[in-house]
Design a protein around this ligand. Structure first.
Ligand code: PLP
Length: 453
């Protein structure tokens, strides 16, 4: 192997969602170590992990107990499938998740990641309706700009046309409604309650347009990630719940990011007081020390699958992997012991207040989010909310901002899947000192970005 890892990376490591050509003459940033809320690159530079890797490392880096748990489990039983057999860690984790999940969400179908959990939920919804006498209910409704993963089904649910275009035709029957971006609300922008009612009613309209007998499920994130952290307006989820119940449509809470403390609760739906029919989750379940995902299903939805002679014909070789399940259990123990969720609830207002200081910069149009999950929307003109042109996005967001933030010691995400945003989601151990550091780096780099516009 070459000593120059970043050159070898360009030669052999096909990076995800990356323009590989950009790395032909530029070293690929290579992260070699993590400790707490910091990561270190191969040149020994320390950087704040402002995105918990990819909304994953919720307990922070360098947790030896999670690493040691993984090693112990691998030595005891490295692998066995959950296809008609059980192993202790999968059983214990399923029971623990069922206890932590709200309402009667008691059945846990393991996957290896988030996209597979979303894929599972759609297939499960389709078969559920077939088993309960509604074979025509197969369509799904989700929101504009929302990201739900890359398998064909999950990608169809995703509301980002540019991400889907290369792979059309996708799975038929996936329809989109407006999201809860109140900063750019087409109506009721100054009245969150009215906006929430309107946004929820768009789901009802879509169900009626398609025909209630054809709609299987609605997929929503508690706080929508893509587009830059859109929290739900007041009253939104209770109304969506009512609408789904009225038309026999399953509500899937896609919590691949929002579960496991990102919003200060184990599940994101608990922050906003609704009970979905299914929760999809992954990422923070192990804080990234080993991969796993899950679709957590209500007893009501699971019931027809538990009838004699019936099975859900779906599964993954590595779903519920013993090492990942063991690490997830240890991670949940760590969450309890260190009261990580409560810490987020205690400090979320301070984090938001610290980031909101950036509103004095001309380039900052909006700061929004919940828990430890925030988006800073960048604009060219605060008064008109004019956004960047394509050329400016290319030059300033991609050509300058991402790299400059990293060079200045902050790994986070500069994104234009909706309008240009910078996203922050640090490990849940972050405290005021780190919030201040993040704000100072953003202030410096956003000021330089403004000069380049
Ligand atoms: C809401 C949501 N759903 C699904 C996914 C896909 O998860 P994965 O990348 O683990 O397949 C993501 C990934 O970020 C996500 O944010």
């Amino acid at each position: 192997m070459s000593a120059d890892l970043s050159k070898t990376a360009y030669d052999h490591l096909w990076m995800h969602f990356s323009r590989m050509a950009d790395w032909a003459d530029t070293p690929v940033p290579t992260i070699v170590r993590g400790e707490g809320a910091y990561i270190y690159d191969d040149r020994g530079r320390r950087c704040i992990d402002g995105l918990s890797g990819l909304f994953v490392v919720n307990a922070g880096h360098g947790r030896r107990e999670l690493a040691e748990t993984a090693a112990r489990q691998a030595a005891e039983l490295a692998y066995f499938p959950v296809w008609g057999y059980a192993h202790p860690r999968a059983v214990e984790l399923a029971e623990r998740l069922a206890h932590l999940a709200p309402g009667d969400l008691d059945k846990v179908f393991f996957t290896t990641g988030g996209g597979e959990a979303v894929e599972t939920a759609w297939k499960l919804a389709k078969q559920y309706h077939k088993l309960t006498g509604n074979p025509g209910k197969y369509k799904v409704i989700s929101r504009a700009v929302a990201y739900h993963g890359t398998p064909h089904g999950a990608l169809s649910i995703t509301g980002l046309p540019a991400l889907k275009a290369p792979f059309e035709p996708l799975v038929p029957g996936a329809f989109k409604v407006p999201n809860t971006n109140i900063y750019r609300a087409p109506v009721h922008g100054d009245d969150p309650e009215a906006f929430g009612r309107w946004a929820a009613d768009q789901i009802e309209q879509q169900i009626l347009f398609e025909g209630p007998d054809t709609v299987a499920a609605v997929f929503l994130e508690p706080v929508q990630n893509a587009g830059g952290c859109f929290p739900p307006p007041p009253g939104y989820f209770p109304r969506v719940r009512e609408i789904c119940d009225r038309y026999g449509v399953l509500l899937v809470s896609d919590e691949v990011i929002c579960a496991f403390g990102r919003l200060g609760t184990t599940f994101g739906c608990q922050k906003f007081g609704y009970v979905p029919d299914m929760i999809t989750c992954a990422k923070g379940m192990t804080s990234g020390y080993s991969p796993i995902g899950a679709c957590i299903v209500s007893d009501r939805v699971a019931e027809p699958f538990y009838r004699a002679g019936t099975s859900f014909l779906h599964g993954y070789t590595f779903g519920g992997h013993p090492v990942s399940a063991a690490v997830a259990l240890a991670n949940l123990d760590l969450f309890d012991r260190e009261e990580l969720n409560q810490g987020v609830l205690d400090r979320e207002a301070d984090f938001l207040a610290t980031l909101s200081r950036l509103r004095d910069l001309p380039i900052v149009g909006d700061v929004r989010g919940n828990g430890f999950f925030y988006g800073i929307e960048l604009v060219k003109d605060k008064a008109t909310k004019e956004t960047f042109t394509e050329e400016e996005t290319e030059r300033v967001l991609y050509g300058f901002l991402s790299r400059a933030l990293f060079e200045n010691g902050l790994y986070c995400r500069a994104d234009d899947r909706g309008d240009p945003v910078v996203q922050l989601a640090p490990p849940l151990i972050a405290e005021q000192g780190l919030f201040d550091e993040i704000e100072a780096i953003l202030r410096e780099v956003l000021t330089q970005a403004w000069a380049k516009l």
